[in-house]
Design a protein around this ligand. Structure first.
Ligand code: IFM
Length: 457
């Protein structure tokens, strides 16, 4: 690499976190209850005090500022703000207000997510997102939040990864409530999408200037055996169910089958995106398995012959395919809205892959932008190691390593590198040669990546 890859002025350089994963002691949501049942979390881990953000987020805001971050994506914990139905806790709202002010005072613009996987317990016992009334209750919570915090929040994400929430909570059963039912999964997804639409309208009613988006985890899906017509069809079907159904309704408003048995547009959803939040991690292969009858005979896997990241309870977290982020940007661009990469990251405890991962993915973001795709920012997941849901503390995504026993923070090499990129607003040849000289060689998986892009673009 001989010339720098420069990003436009004003590009958002950020990191992302979510409330339950960093705050600590979120005892009043369904995840806390779930964690306390043996067998649910790898190694029996618990979120505990997590990264102690409820008391000391400012310590990590300082670190984010030192890494030249101009934005940070964090989420609000509904179960703190509305601990009992209809009771809004002013002290919780005050704490969030303080956090947001502290970010602004460091020159860091907050991007705030309203729902990131957790529900208050009172809501969960009423059926959570299976219950259509939850949409109305979410709207009420959003209105309170925006009235109190709106002046400090230029960008809102309504719901984080509705597809993942529905898939893991209602199909694989790895997330609470641990159900396995297609019809429930699609009911939940439909309600989350409706909630997005309602929240979009409510926020704009209160603040015309706010920008509001939905955060979608986009996964390139490739047939396990490209010569098998069944695998090819299944990959397309799963891409439709996972990628398309979780995003398209926020543009055209339609809740199609299987989101609804009587397909119809849902008014508040129509054209309800000011931006698309794209989370990209890795691609998945899809193949036919007669045993997988509960999953429409689909078996998922990690592409073969491709470098993988650290492993969790069930094997590698994912394959490292930087071209996938380029695919995700192209895919999201069909909706005609600005794009933020709201999450992209890798679990890599010893940090031997992360510098290369970040550089090669950013190079693909740059490639897309130089072709005219409107990407406005990139948020690395995550600023600091945090509680990784059913994988507990077993997967480490942070630019900053956390010792959970002592709460000691240690900046990783990759963190230092990301800070330099943000500071330069560019990937310079010096940064590349210092941190990951081979990152731009596309040495990982060129054949797989190219076939992936051919199939899905
Ligand atoms: O930690 C999660 C996050 O909460 C949602 N997106 C994926 C991340 C890594 O698995």
């Amino acid at each position: 690499m001989t010339t720098a890859l420069r990003f436009p002025q004003g590009f958002r350089w950020g990191t992302a976190v979510s409330s339950h994963q960093v705050e600590g002691n979120n005892t009043n949501n369904q995840w806390w209850a779930w964690e306390n049942v043996p067998g649910h979390i790898w190694h029996g881990d618990k979120s505990g005090i997590a990264c102690n953000w409820w008391k000391q987020a400012e310590r990590d805001f300082d670190l984010a500022a030192q890494l030249n971050q101009n934005s940070l994506r964090l989420s609000l914990e509904w179960s703190r703000i509305e601990p009992e139905e209809g009771f809004f806790d002013q002290s919780a709202l005050r704490r969030y207000r303080r956090m947001l002010e502290e970010l602004h005072s460091r020159g860091i613009e907050p991007m705030v997510t309203l729902h990131h996987f957790t529900n208050p317990l009172w809501l969960e016992v009423k059926g959570g997102w299976e219950n259509p009334d939850t949409v109305k209750k979410f709207r009420q919570y959003v209105v309170r939040v925006v009235e109190y915090l709106g002046d400090l929040v230029p960008m809102w994400c309504t719901v984080n990864e509705p597809g993942t929430y529905a898939l893991e909570g209602y199909l694989t059963g790895l997330f609470p409530p641990g159900k396995k039912s297609f019809s429930r999964a699609f009911r939940v997804l439909a309600n989350l999408l409706k909630a997005h639409g309602e929240a979009y309208r409510a926020i704009h009613m209160l603040d015309g200037k706010a920008r509001v988006g939905l955060v979608k985890n986009l996964r390139p899906l490739a047939p396990q055996d490209p010569s098998s017509p069944t695998d090819v069809r299944l990959a397309h079907l799963f891409s439709y169910l996972f990628n398309d159904l979780g995003l398209r309704p926020a543009v055209d408003g339609w809740l199609r089958f299987p989101l609804s048995f009587r397909p119809a547009p849902f008014g508040p959803l129509i054209d309800s995106l000011d931006f698309v939040g794209v989370n990209y991690y890795s691609p998945t292969t899809v193949g036919f398995s007669p045993k997988a009858y509960r999953m429409l005979f689909m078996k998922w896997g990690v592409p073969e012959g491709v470098e993988v990241s650290d492993s969790g309870r069930y094997g590698p977290y994912g394959a490292i395919v930087p071209e996938g982020i380029y695919w995700a940007i192209k895919y999201a661009s069909q909706f005609g809205k600005p794009i933020y990469i709201t999450e992209n990251g890798i679990p890599d405890a010893d940090d031997d892959q992360r510098p290369r991962f970040i550089l090669s993915h950013l190079a693909q973001v740059h490639r897309a932008m130089s072709e005219g795709y409107d990407v406005r920012g990139y948020y690395y997941w995550s600023l600091i190691d945090n509680f990784e849901w059913c994988e507990g503390w077993g997967l480490r995504f942070g630019l900053i390593a956390l010792d959970t026993k002592t709460q000691k923070r240690t900046l990783r090499h990759s963190g230092e590198m990301y800070g330099k990129i943000a500071g330069e607003n560019a990937i310079t040849p010096e940064i590349t040669s210092e941190y990951a000289p081979k990152a731009m060689e596309n040495g990982n998986s060129p054949a797989f990546a190219e076939s992936l892009l051919r199939r899905f673009t």
